[in-house]
Design a protein around this ligand. Structure first.
Ligand code: HEC
Length: 127
């Protein structure tokens, strides 16, 4: 057997194996318009990049910038704050911001980001 043939015998199956593994590791395709399942871990990444400076790493309203703000950033670990607020209300507060406060509108966040963010914030509620 000449060596080019041998190489084909080895690389052929290896390439197929790699392709199979790549296909297997793909997340399931999501139908267009379907909302992503809430993922607090993804929400935490969005939070750390956009919200932590004010609301704090523990989401308790004590970020590095909080001391200079009036009113102070919301403390999401407070169960009392969440009372009577559903996800839709909190999402729209994030998207629209709060006039008269440092809470700016985050209209650039996708609906999926908002879903993940609210799921993350809920993990911070202290019983
Ligand atoms: C520049 C500082 C700052 C940043 C950055 C910031 N916030 Fe705020 N946030 C505030 C302040 C100040 C308030 C007002 C608190 C109040 O009115 O008592 C607030 C209020 C809120 C509220 C409550 C709004 C309401 O109607 O009472 C939510 C929800 C919120 N922030 C979520 C977020 C999320 C999520 C992010 C990141 C995407 C974020 N904030 C980024 C400062 C900030």
């Amino acid at each position: 057997m000449s060596s080019p043939d041998l190489r084909l015998w080895i690389t052929g199956p290896l390439a197929l194996l790699a392709l199979g593994l790549a296909l297997l590791s793909q997340p399931p395709a999501q139908a267009a318009g379907t909302a992503a399942a809430a993922d607090p871990v993804k929400g935490q990444a969005v939070y750390m990049a956009n919200c932590m400076a004010c609301h704090g790493a523990a989401a308790d309203g004590n970020g590095p910038a909080a001391a200079a703000l009036k009113p102070r950033p919301t403390n999401f670990s407070s169960a009392a704050w969440w009372e009577g607020k559903d996800d839709a209300r909190v999402r729209s507060a994030i998207k629209s911001g709060k006039p008269g406060t440092a809470m700016m509108p985050f209209s650039q966040l996708s609906n999926d980001d908002l879903t993940h963010l609210v799921a993350f914030l809920r993990t911070k509620i202290k019983p």
